[in-house]
Write a protein that binds this ligand. Structure first.
Ligand code: TYD
Length: 210
């Protein structure tokens, strides 16, 4: 029997802290909604009440790097089952601010957690639910540091990850770029050092294609 159930679009946004991803995520969601698309804008870690509680631990408690990866996937399982899969089944566009690529980049490349273990957890947690498009907002580590410093000076609270070293952010960035190189069909690398208006123009073209 052919499957006639609606199937939405699963799009993720990634990048190191300070890459401007969250600002652009809001803009993209508004643009798609203005075109009459039903959009579910969500984030990780988080996106459900249990996931948001786990997020608090992840961003503010000290733990081993393996525990960090396990909690990311625990929150992700709640999110996939309760939010992402139902939205895709309704035919909505899911715009997710970070997903499993972040675990490969931050816990894997940044903190040295086994990539094979991350592969196994990803298969268990969302074996049949992978993003079809991933927008990677790319900036060098120094740019990220400068932007974060400005945000913190204006009063944004600093979380555990944002206190990491420049070398850590460079490893995370390289981890993202390495993943993009292995899956060029899924990733779209967006040079996020450009003025916001230029990035928005590119997002506008992507929204048209969707
Ligand atoms: P983010 O939502 O980008 O933070 P903010 O609200 O400050 O913009 O992400 C929170 C942090 O979680 C970010 O530093 C990256 C980290 N993270 C991981 O380390 N691994 C993961 O799998 C995910 C989803 C996030």
């Amino acid at each position: 029997m052919p499957d006639h159930s609606p199937r939405g679009r699963f799009i993720t946004l990634e990048g190191i802290d300070g890459a401007g991803k969250s600002t652009h995520a809001r803009f993209l969601a508004e643009m798609l909604a203005a075109r009459g698309r039903r959009v579910v804008a969500t984030r990780e870690p988080g996106g459900t009440s249990t996931g948001e509680a786990i997020r608090e631990w992840l961003l503010h408690r000290t733990m081993t790097h393996d525990t960090e990866a396990l909690l990311m996937f625990a929150a992700r399982r709640e999110h996939v089952v309760n939010v992402i899969e139902p939205a895709l089944a309704r035919g909505d566009i899911v715009l997710c601010d970070r997903f499993t690529d972040a675990t490969y980049a931050y816990q894997g490349s940044g903190h040295g957690v086994s990539l094979a273990m991350i592969d196994a957890l990803a298969q268990w947690v969302h074996g049949h639910c992978d993003p079809e498009l991933t927008l990677l907002f790319d900036v060098p580590g120094e740019v990220s540091r400068e932007r974060l410093a400005r945000m913190h000076a204006k009063g944004k609270a600093q979380d555990k990850f944002e206190r990491e070293t420049l070398a850590f952010f460079e490893r995370v960035r390289n981890g993202y770029l390495a993943r993009a190189a292995t899956e060029p069909g899924r990733f779209r690398i967006i040079d996020s050092t450009r003025p916001v208006a230029d990035v928005r123009a590119e997002l506008g073209r992507i929204a048209e294609q969707l």
